[in-house]
Design a protein around this ligand. Structure first.
Ligand code: FES
Length: 104
């Protein structure tokens, strides 16, 4: 397992860009839970952030793509609204151990 960051490095309800083993990732956090996805929108295969590391999230529930505002659920990366509704982000397995986010 590889440590990606401290849990506190991700704002509660927010998102953080990190470098994964072989691709850029986005981590999203709600309380003590963290999910990781490849930072690539299934709509046009482009990064989800506005500028590097600048993501838009809403109420600790969804991550919004910067380009055409697709909304992805934190917990499963499912697109609930937008041009790629029904698709999903590519999940990457992580676990929080001793308040650190570990890549499995
Ligand atoms: S590229 Fe993400 S919604 Fe279009």
């Amino acid at each position: 397992m590889t440590a990606l960051c401290a849990l506190e490095a991700i704002a509660d309800g927010g998102a953080l860009a990190v470098e994964g083993a072989d691709a850029p990732l986005v981590l999203v956090r709600r309380g003590e839970e963290v999910w990781a996805y490849r930072n690539r929108c299934p709509h046009f295969s482009v990064p989800l952030d506005y500028r590097p590391g600048e993501f838009s999230t809403y109420r600790g529930q969804v991550l919004m793509c910067a380009h055409h505002s697709a909304l992805f659920r934190f917990e499963d990366g499912h697109c609930i609204e937008g041009p790629c509704a029904g698709s999903r982000l590519e999940a990457v397995p992580v676990r929080v151990l001793e308040r650190r986010v570990m890549l499995l």
